[in-house]
Design a protein around this ligand. Structure first.
Ligand code: KIV
Ligand code: ZN
Length: 515
């Protein structure tokens, strides 16, 4: 124990992070991420926005049942129907929190809510009281706090504290603030709001000007004791404050911060990879802490210095953030029990024997092609097993011919709603030919916005993990596929994206009003 204050880490990867284009997660994916966050000892996991859709409700419910050591939180606008839905979804949580919010800035109140400040204040108080009927752990957020008048916010916070909020969150919803200003705002609020000492003050910063982490840390220096953040900085528009950067800044600069987190930092890199793999958002190589280059020393001078004494150029150790957690896990001779045991160790609970058998069959196929199977391979394999369960379009066969001087051609067989369809097409390259052959069957009309390939582990026999982003009628989805053959991985990713884009959309965005 450090004897310092506790800095609460509130992860919103599965709520605000999920608001990134195409990053929607299924119930199973959320449970896997939640288990990884729990292993990392995240204090609060915001699992979603239960009123958004039946799928979101079920996902929050499943996370609430699966997680025992972290608090599970559901988001609710300051509306009875939202709060009731969140309360219902969290019923089985060992520790559940309702996070309710309403905008307090003149621009949002006038144009979005069409409400007077007095109506907003009244609704905020009513929402907190209603949420308290479900749990003692209620958080209130003043959306767009950055552009709200401080005196009005003080009144709203005073009243919501009196109504029973335990955490008061101050969001920079549009990523407009600067570190000095944000810290000053937090300090002013804590000094001015009556009973400020009865609640935890929280900060929630967006990254539109690249300031989310700096602003969050400035708020912590001014007295905030909860930071809302996401793995890999995922989130609406330019994202949220990145969890790994906030946590490591507080840890590395313990000489400056008077508080400490409870995070097991060795879980950072594995969790970052899991989130990237599930959402289809690759991590940029030069990203702090979790980027592939974060601990790579390219220049000769740096290498020399690091070999003589690591501290010459490194302020933290790669193994402290989980770079060496990449364990060789299983091989060709590993049996079903070893496979099941390793899945359990990395927090994957497959739903029943059938799912385990399907995943094990895939594992054996992969082990024939690749001698060493790592945890990242297992994560990709399990994702595919879940994906395929509900997909209308499946890839049964693919053959691609590619040679110098000729146009590549693809032949394939798809199963669409149980019916076999064959197709062939030529293209500019093997991937283009495969995508054209798929489109000749599906005729989706979707536009390919992004295509990227990354290796899951190192070595030329590594699986390639392909992400495609598809757009149709303004809707964006990400599709993923993994295989030791990157053309097959590409076809799988494209089909995964098509399956998502063909599903009817029923989700509601939390910051859209429908009263
Ligand atoms: O950015 C924001 O204001 C939010 C709130 C819902 C807390 O995400
Ligand atoms: Zn936000």
């Amino acid at each position: 124990m450090s004897g310092k204050d506790r800095l609460i880490i509130f992860d919103t990867t599965m709520r605000d992070g999920e608001q990134s284009p195409g990053a929607a997660m299924s119930r199973e994916e959320k449970v896997r991420i939640a288990k990884a966050l729990e292993r990392m000892r995240v204090d609060v996991i915001e699992a979603g926005f239960p009123i958004a859709s039946p799928g979101d409700f079920e996902a929050v419910q499943a996370v609430a049942e699966a997680v025992k050591d972290s608090t599970v939180c559901g988001l609710a606008r300051a509306l009875d129907k939202d709060i009731d839905r969140a309360g219902e979804a969290l019923k089985k949580a060992a520790s559940g929190r309702i996070h309710t919010f309403i905008a307090t800035s003149p621009i949002h109140m006038q144009h979005k809510l069409r409400m007077t400040p007095e109506q907003v204040l009244e609704q905020a108080v009513h929402a907190v009281k209603r949420a308290r009927q479900y749990t003692d752990d209620v958080e209130f957020s003043a959306e767009d706090a950055v552009r709200s008048e401080v005196d009005f916010m003080c009144r709203v916070f005073e009243a919501t504290i009196k109504a029973g909020a335990r955490t008061i969150n101050v969001p920079d919803t549009v990523g407009y603030s600067l570190p000095g200003l944000w810290g000053e705002r937090m300090r002013k609020l804590i000094e001015s709001v009556p009973n400020a000492d009865k609640v935890v003050w929280s900060t929630h910063c967006h990254n539109d000007l690249g300031m989310a982490v700096a602003n969050s840390l400035s708020a912590v220096l001014a007295g905030a004791r909860q930071v809302e953040c996401t793995i890999n900085g995922l989130g609406e528009r330019a994202g949220n404050a990145s969890l790994e950067e906030v946590v490591m800044a507080v840890k590395v600069r313990r000489d400056i911060f008077t508080c400490d987190t409870n995070i097991d930092t060795t879980q950072i890199v594995p969790t970052s990879r899991l989130v990237s793999q599930i959402t289809g958002y690759p991590v940029q190589p030069n990203k702090a802490v979790v980027g592939a280059n974060a601990f790579a020393h390219e220049s000769g001078i740096h290498q020399d210095g690091v070999l003589k004494s690591r501290e010459t150029y490194e302020i933290m150790r790669a193994q402290d953030v989980g770079w060496s957690t990449n364990k060789l896990t299983l091989g060709k001779l590993s049996g079903r029990n070893a496979f099941r045991a390793r899945l359990q160790e990395i927090g994957i609970q497959l739903g029943g024997e059938e799912a385990l058998n399907a995943a094990f069959a895939r594992f054996k196929e992969l082990a024939d092609k690749k001698s060493e199977i790592f945890d990242e391979d297992l994560q990709a394999l399990v994702s595919e097993t879940y994906q395929e369960e509900n997909e209308r379009i499946k890839l049964s066969y693919l053959r691609v011919c590619s040679e110098t001087g000729t146009q590549p051609e693809a032949q394939l067989t798809l199963t669409v709603d149980g019916e076999e369809c064959r197709a062939q097409a030529a293209g500019g390259g093997p991937v283009d030919a495969a995508f054209k052959a798929i489109e000749s069957v599906v005729n989706s009309g979707a536009q390919l916005q992004l295509y990227s390939v990354n290796n899951i582990t190192s070595g030329t026999d590594s699986q390639g993990e392909v992400t495609v982003r598809l757009e149709k009628g303004g809707r964006i989805v990400n599709g993923q596929g993994a295989d030791t053959d990157i053309v097959i991985a590409s076809a799988k990713a494209y089909i995964n994206g098509l399956n998502k884009i063909l599903e009817p959309l029923q989700r509601q965005h939390p910051q859209q009003v429908s009263l």
